[in-house]
Design a protein around this ligand. Structure first.
Ligand code: PMP
Length: 351
């Protein structure tokens, strides 16, 4: 500990991001990025911004991007918030919407940034254990004076909750903010954005990091009632007036305009997931039903940590979590057809 650290900093338990190895001869299936590049229209829109205008600040409200999102989802710009990755959007959610309206419920086995934000902002967190089959039990989410957040599909399990169940949670908690984190929804789920006009307590967050192949651009968004969005804007303007740079605003807006590219890439990922799931079952793995761009799997005869290590020795990187209940599992991002084949061949050597 440094003598310059406050006790607060000393006690922080930060998020540990997945490894981003420098070597490019690896089959990198560990952090759920897209295996395909972004739409050519995105690249062109970014190129168009690379000139003298970089000396100027970007639009503080990123209006071009908000309009593109509003058009895509058939909502108004007053229902849209954007930020520097959905991690930043979630930081504002925890800091502003959840702090002082505790406790906050989220699944026990979920995105590990939620407990980190609760620690950072001193929020009373009440993780709700998943059922034995790793599904979320709707009846556990009753919180009259707090908040609720869960990813849909959940991470790292990949299991999807249907919109009727989400509506049940919204109806049971009309006075609590319910946040649905849809980082992976484009790979087989149906967005809850269609419900925002009926439920003023609903906030849906999404990212451009997965289905839009833009993890490197850092853009996330939230859609909800204008009052929730206004709260997030207040938070944002108390923290950083320009969270998105000019390139990110232009590139992200172009992504929402290219529906054809978006549909073809996510369908390719879905098809590859189904192929990979069948191959893993053939190799004896238990594969949880996934609606995401990854699969969560365990082998009855081989330890998760050992498999992850064995794969690494063959230059295939997957994610292993040293956590209760899931330490036998591997989370494997869906790669290109070649990468998925390389993973299967590496596993055939190991098993
Ligand atoms: N939510 C979930 C469930 C995630 O898995 C991730 C990706 N790690 C994020 C949010 C954050 O994504 P990003 O900050 O890249 O938008």
């Amino acid at each position: 500990m440094s003598r310059f650290w406050s006790p607060f900093v000393h006690d922080l338990v930060p998020y540990v991001p997945g490894e981003q190895p420098k070597l490019d001869n690896l089959v990198k299936l560990n952090t759920n990025e897209s295996p395909y590049g972004p739409s050519p229209r995105v690249l062109e829109a970014i190129r168009q911004q690379v000139d003298d205008r970089l000396r100027l600040y970007p639009a503080p409200d990123a209006d071009l991007l908000k309009q593109a999102i509003a058009d895509f989802y058939q909502v108004t710009t007053a229902q849209v918030f954007v930020g520097n990755g959905s991690d930043e959007v979630l930081a504002h959610v925890f800091n502003g919407l959840f702090r002082h309206t505790e406790p906050i419920l989220y699944p026990d086995i979920t995105y590990s940034f939620y407990p980190v934000y609760c620690g950072l902002y001193g929020i009373d967190a009440r993780p709700q254990p998943l059922a034995d089959d790793f599904t979320l039990r709707v009846a556990d989410y009753q919180q009259p004076n707090g908040g609720i957040i869960f990813p849909n599909p959940n991470a790292p399990t990949g299991i999807l909750l249907g919109l009727p169940q989400i509506e049940e949670i919204l109806q049971a908690n009309p006075d609590s903010v319910v946040v649905v984190d849809e980082a992976y929804v484009d790979f087989g789920g149906e967005s809850a954005i269609g419900l925002v006009d009926r439920y003023p307590n609903l906030l849906v967050t999404q990212t451009l990091s997965k289905s839009r192949s833009l993890a490197g651009l850092r853009v996330g968004l939230a859609v909800g009632h204008p009052e929730l969005i206004e709260a997030l804007e207040r938070l944002k303007n108390s923290f950083n007036s320009y969270p998105l740079d000019r390139l990110a605003i232009a590139g992200a807006a172009a992504s929402f305009a290219d529906r054809e590219w978006f549909d073809s890439v996510r369908q390719r990922v879905i098809d590859s997931r189904e192929w990979l799931a069948a191959e893993l079952i053939r190799l004896g793995f238990e594969v949880l039903p996934s609606a995401a761009n990854f699969v969560f799997v365990r082998h009855p005869l081989h330890q998760g940590a050992k498999l992850a290590q064995g794969l690494r020795e063959q230059r295939v990187i997957v994610r292993h979590f040293n956590k209760p209940r899931i330490s036998e599992f591997l989370r494997i991002t869906i790669g290109t057809e070649e990468q998925n084949q390389a993973l299967v061949s590496a596993l055939e050597q190991l098993l």
